[in-house]
Design a protein around this ligand. Structure first.
Ligand code: FAD
Ligand code: FES
Ligand code: FES
Length: 491
């Protein structure tokens, strides 16, 4: 049986026995007795299990990434370096992030503290935490029920970007080169991680029942929450061809399916991807964005998946590939019905293709959820509008999430606005068409009335915001994503 090999706190580890669906958290605590890493929720919400992985293939060079060990499947760290809280100090000498947290009195119950330290560790070696809101974004995946957030935030601010000249910085400059490929058949549980598409096709043919897996931020929950078996998995994360965001010669973009959301967020700060950038600011937590992928977000076909509305508005197409070749499909046609996609057996999503966005186009995106940080959408919307020289609408694409069984565009609203003057009065006149596009449901996150009202208001918000700035950015308008959820229509 092939060994899983990786560096754990700078020591090479080889495991020959663990079932391939063992989570990294189970392995650390159960097999290695590294109990500093805690289990709180086992679903990516609390951050108590945060460890750090050295990502050797990050676009701007190797970098540390905080991740939720409860959602990481052990074989997906084949060939990587993992650091836990035990690996930071040397003898009695604590790492500067530990010193900073202690000095700010940011450690209270101690249960959350190791996870907080590891999220701060990533912050310490990041070079781009140059604005206060980015600290919130970095730390929003760590809960502290005793509400010690102020000292935690102060401690993080004091070490963010410090990059001490230490062994961790040396490691960043020269990550170990271990193979990321892997195959294990363990008591009927199969896990394969091919390193090229040429290796993938025969594996998919030999194991047609296998599920594809990337960041496993959705898939691992089947194990940790529903206690389901995952008998055959093929990971796409060791295939370099599938990762990365590139500019196309026509000014459009190609986003590889296994591009992690943190990479996409960085690339999407470009003017022409602003709707994605705004959406990603309020997408999950740093730990989730550090492993979750674009392909996983689209292929789970959740009606409240956050990338879909922005990509629908940007006019994206998807590239679907199999051993027989590749085909392209409009993203609108990719979502077929509740949690069903147009993927055929033997196919996977390999890339998302975004056409160029004209310089004058108005573009933005909105996410409304009960909490601002680390919450899933009640309603999400994104719009792209191009105006003709006479001020009439020449092109409009409006993508919505949380309004139907699938993320979808709003054809009636778009038709009602196309060719009309882009004025408040014409938008008000067109909004009833949105009720023909969507008949949302009542659920815990919001009533049908609430969702329909929010959707109207997001179109209005788009009009007013883009009047001030054609591509509203962050963090000037963070409040645009906060809303109170009313369960009932007012009587
Ligand atoms: C705490 C928490 C917070 C979250 N917050 C948000 C949020 O704010 N917004 C949001 O939209 N989502 C959220 N999610 C959901 C999830 O993180 C995203 O959907 C993520 O992008 C999934 O990517 P992944 O790589 O982890 O997918 P995986 O779990 O690896 O896979 C998901 C599904 O897609 C399939 N798949 C993956 N890649 C491909 C491919 N290339 N081709 C074909 N099939 C493929 C898999 O077989 C699986 O069925 C959250 C999840 C958690 C745990
Ligand atoms: S145990 Fe809560 S995020 Fe992993
Ligand atoms: S440090 Fe654990 S609850 Fe605050």
């Amino acid at each position: 049986m092939q060994a899983i090999r990786f560096y754990l706190n700078d020591r090479l580890v080889e495991d020959h026995q663990a079932p391939p669906t063992t989570t990294l958290l189970e392995y650390l605590r159960g097999h290695r007795r590294l109990t500093g890493t805690k289990e709180g929720c086992a679903e990516g919400d609390c951050g108590a299990c945060t460890v750090v992985i050295l990502d050797p293939a990050a676009p701007e060079g190797p970098r540390y990434r905080a991740v939720n060990a409860c959602l990481v499947l052990l074989p997906t760290i084949q060939g990587l370096c993992v650091y836990t809280v035990e690996g930071l100090s040397e003898g009695t000498e604590r790492h500067p992030v530990q010193e900073a947290l202690a000095a700010a009195l940011g450690s209270q119950c101690g249960y959350c503290t190791p996870g907080v330290v590891m999220a701060m560790f990533e912050a310490c070696y990041r070079e781009d935490l140059d604005e206060p809101w980015k600290l919130d974004d970095q730390m929003c995946g760590n809960l502290c029920r005793c509400t010690g957030y102020r000292p935690i935030r102060e401690a993080t601010a004091s070490i963010a970007g410090a990059r001490p000249d230490d062994r961790f910085r040396l490691r960043l400059a020269a990550p170990p080169a271990l193979s990321r490929g892997f195959f294990r058949d363990h008591d009927g549980e199969i896990f394969a991680a091919p390193t090229a598409l040429d290796e993938l096709w025969p594996l998919m043919e030999a194991h047609p029942q296998a599920r594809l897996v990337c960041g496993s931020t959705d898939l691992a929950l089947l194990k940790t929450k529903r206690f389901e078996r995952l008998p055959a998995l093929i990971s796409l994360t060791a295939i370099p061809q599938l990762r990365g965001v590139t500019r196309r010669p026509d000014g459009g973009w190609r986003i590889g399916a296994t591009t992690i959301l943190s990479d996409l967020e960085q690339a999407a700060s470009s003017d022409s991807l602003i709707p994605l950038h705004r959406m990603l600011r309020y997408f999950a937590s740093r730990q989730i964005k550090n492993i979750a992928t674009v392909g996983g977000n689209l292929c789970n076909a959740s009606p409240i998946g956050d990338l879909a509305p922005a990509l629908l508005a940007l006019g994206a197409r998807v590239e679907l590939s199999s051993a027989a070749g590749a085909r392209e499909l409009d993203l609108c046609a990719f979502f077929v019905s509740y949690r069903k996609t147009a993927l055929r057996p033997g196919e996977l999503l390999t890339a998302v293709l975004i056409p160029p966005l004209p310089a004058a186009a108005l573009a933005s995106a909105y996410k409304v959820s009960k909490r601002r940080e680390l919450d899933i959408s009640t309603v999400a919307a994104a719009l792209v509008v191009e105006l003709a020289p006479d001020g009439r609408v020449a092109t409009i694409r409006a993508g919505f999430g949380g309004m139907a069984a699938i993320p979808a565009r709003a054809p009636h609203l778009e038709a009602a606005l196309l060719g009309q003057p882009w004025t408040e009065a014409h938008i008000e006149a067109a909004l009833p068409a949105l009720r023909r596009d969507f008949q949302p449901i009542d659920d815990l996150r919001g009533s049908a009335w609430y969702r329909a009202t929010v959707a109207d208001n997001l179109v209005r918000a788009f009009f007013h915001e883009t009047r001030e700035d054609p591509r509203p950015r962050l963090p000037q308008h963070p409040s645009s994503t906060i809303a109170l959820s009313h369960a009932e229509a007012p009587r």
